[in-house]
Design a protein around this ligand. Structure first.
Ligand SMILES: Cc1cc2nc3c(=O)[nH]c(=O)nc-3n(C[C@H](O)[C@H](O)[C@H](O)COP(=O)(O)OP(=O)(O)OC[C@H]3O[C@@H](n4cnc5c(N)ncnc54)[C@H](O)[C@@H]3O)c2cc1C
Ligand code: FES
Length: 250
C-alpha cells in the first residue's frame, strides 16, 4: 500500500450522476480485482473509499456516484492536470482458485464497478457470466468493459433496458444452465441478502464485497466494523472488503 499524489487525466460524467475518474500514479501499481482506493478530496479530512474499476500500469480508473458532499466536490473540483492524493491498493480483493473455471458476477448499482476489474482480470483465463443491475437506462454505463466475458445480462429495476428485474433474479434464472464454480458479488445490502438467500444450500463459494462507511481505510479507526455470523467482528477495510457470503451477517 502507498500514499501518493497522482495526476488527474480525466474526470467525466458517464451516466446519470455517475463519474469516471482516471488518474496517473508516478509508477505502475499492482491492483487485484476487488481492491479499493481511498481518494483524498480537498477540504474533507476523511478520504472516500472507491473500488478500482480499471488498473492499467500507472493509470487507475474509479467510477463513482454522486452521493453527498465529498463525491460532489470530487466531481466539481478535479479536472485534467490537477493533483489528487490517493492511498492504494487497499483491501483483500476477490479470490478465484485455479480449478474454478466458470465465474458468475452479480453486481448492483455502484457494485458493478469492482466487478469490472474482475472481468478484466479473469476474462482470458475463465468463463465469465456477468449479471449487472442498474436503476434504469440512464444509470447504465461501462457496457463495453462488461462485454469481455462469455455472457452479459444487463438488468434494470424499471425494465427500461435489458432484463426487467434485479441482477440476482437474472442470475438465478440462468443458474442451472451456467452452473458457476464460484460467484463474486457487490451491491447494496438488500441485494446481497437476496443473493445469500438464493445461494443457501447450493454449496458454491460466493464472495461479496461490502461497502461500509469508512474512516481511515487502514484498519486503525474501527469505523468500518461489520458483524460476522460467528458472533465476532471484522474490519471491512482491512479484513475485507471481500468476504465469503456465509461469513458475514447481512
Ligand atoms: C470498499 C468500498 C468501495 C466503494 N466503491 C465505490 C465505487 O466504486 N463507486 C461509488 O460510487 N461508491 C463506492 N463506495 C461508496 C463511497 O465510498 C461513498 O458513496 C462515498 O464515500 C460517499 O461520500 P460522500 O462524501 O459523497 O457522501 P457522504 O454521505 O456525505 O459521506 C460522509 C461520510 O460517510 C462515508 N460514507 C457515506 N456513504 C458511504 C458508503 N456507502 N460506503 C462507505 N462510506 C460511506 C464517507 O466516506 C464519508 O466519510 C465504496 C465504498 C467502499 C467501502
Ligand atoms: S476504516 Fe478505519 S478501521 Fe476500517
Amino acid at each position: 500500500m502507498c500514499e501518493l499524489t497522482a495526476t488527474v487525466l480525466e474526470n467525466k460524467l458517464i451516466a446519470e450522476e455517475i463519474y469516471s475518474l482516471t488518474f496517473a500514479c508516478e509508477e505502475a501499481v499492482k491492483v487485484r480485482a476487488g481492491q479499493f482506493v481511498m481518494v483524498g478530496v480537498d477540504g474533507f479530512p476523511l478520504r472516500r473509499p472507491i473500488a478500482v474499476c480499471k488498473a492499467e500500469g500507472e493509470r487507475i480508473t474509479v467510477c463513482y456516484r454522486l452521493k453527498g458532499e465529498g463525491t460532489r466536490r470530487l466531481a466539481s473540483r478535479y479536472s485534467r492536470g490537477e493533483k489528487i492524493s490517493v492511498l492504494l491498493p487497499l483491501g483483500n480483493g476477490y479470490y478465484v482458485s485455479e480449478t474454478e473455471k466458470r465465474v458468475a458476477l452479480v453486481g448492483g448499482g455502484v457494485g458493478v464497478f469492482p466487478l469490472i476489474s474482475a472481468i478484466r482480470e479473469y476474462a482470458d483465463t475463465k468463463e465469465i457470466y456477468a449479471y449487472m443491475g442498474f436503476r434504469n437506462k440512464a444509470a447504465l454505463c461501462m457496457q463495453y468493459e462488461m462485454q469481455r466475458g462469455k455472457e452479459l445480462v444487463i438488468a434494470t429495476d424499471d425494465g427500461s433496458a435489458g432484463y426487467h428485474g434485479t441482477s440476482v433474479q437474472a442470475f438465478m434464472e440462468n443458474f442451472e444452465r451456467v452452473k458457476p464454480d464460484v460467484v463474486l458479488s457487490c451491491g447494496p445490502t438488500p441485494m446481497l441478502r437476496a443473493l445469500k438467500n438464493a445461494m443457501t444450500g447450493r454449496d458454491i463459494p460466493t464472495y461479496v464485497s461490502l461497502e461500509e462507511r469508512m474512516g481511515c481505510g487502514l484498519g486503525a479507526c474501527l469505523v468500518c466494523v461489520c458483524s460476522l455470523t460467528n458472533g465476532q467482528h471484522a474490519r471491512v477495510c482491512k479484513d475485507g472488503p471481500v468476504f465469503e457470503i456465509g461469513e458475514v451477517a447481512l
